[in-house]
Ligand binder design. Structure first.
Ligand code: ADP
Length: 254
């Protein structure tokens, strides 16, 4: 199994406040990592470090053996940032235009859209079942549809690693299910490695293979099975909280 993400003894500070301390973990090709932890525990910060939009104060991060900055250029990462509650989507762009932005933002001048670009965008939209929405403005869509548009934009350049920050937080239960099913397909059928920060502790065990529990440091990193069996974690969380993360996991189909 090849190593996809290696985080080694990483510290991060915003000004004087230490947000992350001594964070280390590794994920390999095909992993589906769920990152959970309280509000303000550093999940978004960690994802920003992995995609190279922030730099560690100390320690090292490697993605496919290279620095996150190098990876940015090679387009091997798809990133779906957190959507702030109440954010307005009334900008005048169609679904097709937003998906194509995923290709054009990485091009050098002259930034031209080719026939192949459009075909690529159509293929991914078809897979997400949003092709019939292609001419609609994103402001006209439901939250679930809009999330699929942004996911398509993150996937259109065919990344090997997909990074998602709270992707289901604003979705209704049905759209959540739908979104998780898409993730499952991307991970299992298309072999895309996934890192997902989520508050959805009751559900993530149904889907992810590994768990990172972050509280400004790594409280736990490993398989869900080992988390559920860990007496140390029972002592840390109490049986009830450990059970919330684990109980659905027992119903896992694989
Ligand atoms: P989480 O995603 O787990 O909720 P974050 O990574 O968003 O946590 O934030 C961790 C901490 O860093 C929080 O206390 C937050 O207030 C702080 N923080 C986030 N962004 C900034 C910033 N740009 N400047 C200063 N502090 C920040």
């Amino acid at each position: 199994m090849s190593r996809v993400v290696v985080v080694k003894d990483v510290d991060f500070r915003y000004n004087y406040e230490k947000i992350l301390s001594g964070v280390s973990f590794e994920i390999v090709s095909g992993d589906y990592l769920g990152i959970v932890g309280p509000n303000g525990s550093g999940k978004t910060t960690l994802l920003k470090l992995v995609v190279g939009s922030l730099k560690p104060t100390k320690g090292k991060i490697e993605i496919f053996g290279e620095s996150p900055e190098e990876m940015k250029k090679k387009e091997l990462i798809g990133y779906l940032p957190q959507v702030m509650p109440g954010k307005s989507f009334n900008f005048p762009a169609t679904v097709m235009e937003v998906v194509l932005m995923g290709l054009i933002s990485k091009k050098r001048f002259p930034k031209r859209i080719t026939k192949e670009d459009v075909e690529k965008a159509e293929r991914i939209m078809e897979m997400m079942k949003i092709l019939d929405l292609r001419r609609k403005f994103v402001g006209e869509l439901s939250g679930g549809e809009r999330q699929k548009v942004f996911l398509s934009r993150a996937l259109v350049h065919e990344p090997k690693l997909l990074i998602l920050d709270e992707p289901v937080a604003a979705l209704d239960p049905e759209s959540r299910e739908d979104f998780y099913r898409i993730m499952e397909r991307l991970n299992r059928d298309m072999g895309i490695t996934i890192m997902m920060a989520t508050h959805d502790t009751g559900e993530i065990g149904n889907y992810a293979t590994k768990l990172l529990y972050l509280d400004r440091r790594v409280v736990f990193f490993g398989s869900f099975d080992s988390f559920c069996q860990s007496e140390e974690m029972t002592r840390y969380f109490g049986e009830y909280s450990q059970h919330i993360i684990c109980h659905r996991h027992d119903r896992k189909k694989w």
